[in-house]
Design a protein around this ligand. Structure first.
Ligand code: APR
Length: 241
């Protein structure tokens, strides 16, 4: 039976979409949480207790992301092509804090867990592009205060960004696609159920292996994102209205 063509698409990505660009995931055997504890580097309490250790953790990830070898992969580029060529609406929601979707050309994009290449000043609340080391001596470019900057990343226990915009898009979409995420962290892990609850959405999981939410997806394809995502985009665009 020919699937009715989706008019409104929401795509959710996780660390798996950036894995083939050379960035580590979190929960794979060689993932980030295999070598450092969340409670030591990714909570407001960790930052209050030992800001230097939290700064060092994100400084290492920032400098890693800025290495020349780290480039968007075919999955990022396929999603940017979909945004350019799809005649309906597309919202890309990423849990990732890297800038590979933007560098591939995606624009209608929400970083629900924030962005590694931005800092937020705790004194004046300004959010500013920041591509160098961040430490307790760093001066806020907006208000000049010293040592009041934090990486603009959402830590465990904090509210993800733009949740109202995301839920509005989930409730209105007729296709929800989850790419490269283990489905183990809420609220993102609940998006597939939200899309289905609104009644209309067809749901598709593209991942290296079944995620924790696998049973909630109407359709599942397993393999590397750099192969699955371009093939899926090509298939969708081949049938566009
Ligand atoms: N292609 C597709 N999927 C892949 C690939 C690949 N090349 N490599 C790994 N994966 C899959 C893994 O099988 C796994 O299901 O990507 C998923 C990565 O899962 P996690 O490491 O848990 O990353 P993610 O789901 O993005 O984590 C969500 O948790 O720690 C927090 O804030 C952090 O945003 C992160 C959130």
């Amino acid at each position: 039976m020919q699937q009715r063509l989706p008019r409104k698409i929401v795509v959710l990505t996780g660390a798996g979409v950036s894995r083939e660009s050379g960035l580590a995931t979190f929960r794979d055997a060689d993932g980030i949480w295999a070598s450092v504890r969340i409670e030591d580097v990714a909570t407001p309490e960790a930052f209050a207790a030992n800001p230097a250790r939290v700064h060092a953790f994100y400084n290492a990830r920032r400098s890693g992301l800025l290495e020349e070898v780290i480039q968007p992969n075919p999955a990022h580029r396929a999603l940017a092509r979909l945004e350019r060529e799809w005649p309906g609406e597309l919202l890309l929601v990423t849990q990732n804090i890297d800038d590979l979707h933007e560098r591939a050309g995606s624009r209608n994009l929400v970083h629900m867990h924030g962005e590694l290449l931005k800092t937020r000043c705790l004194a004046c609340e300004e959010v500013i592009e920041w591509r160098q080391e961040l430490d307790l001596e760093s001066l806020c470019p907006a208000c000049g205060q010293r040592g009041r900057l934090r990486v603009n990343v959402v830590w465990f226990g904090e509210m993800p960004h733009e949740m109202e915009r995301i839920y509005d898009a989930l409730d209105a979409c007729d296709l929800f696609v989850s790419i490269g995420t283990s489905g183990s962290v809420y609220p993102a892990a609940g998006f597939v159920a939200e899309a289905r609850a609104a009644g209309r959405a067809h749901t598709l999981e593209l991942n290296l292996e079944p995620s924790e939410g696998e049973s909630l997806f109407h359709e599942k394809r397993y393999g590397p994102a750099s192969e699955l995502v371009p093939a899926w985009v090509e298939e969708l665009l081949a049938n566009r209205p």
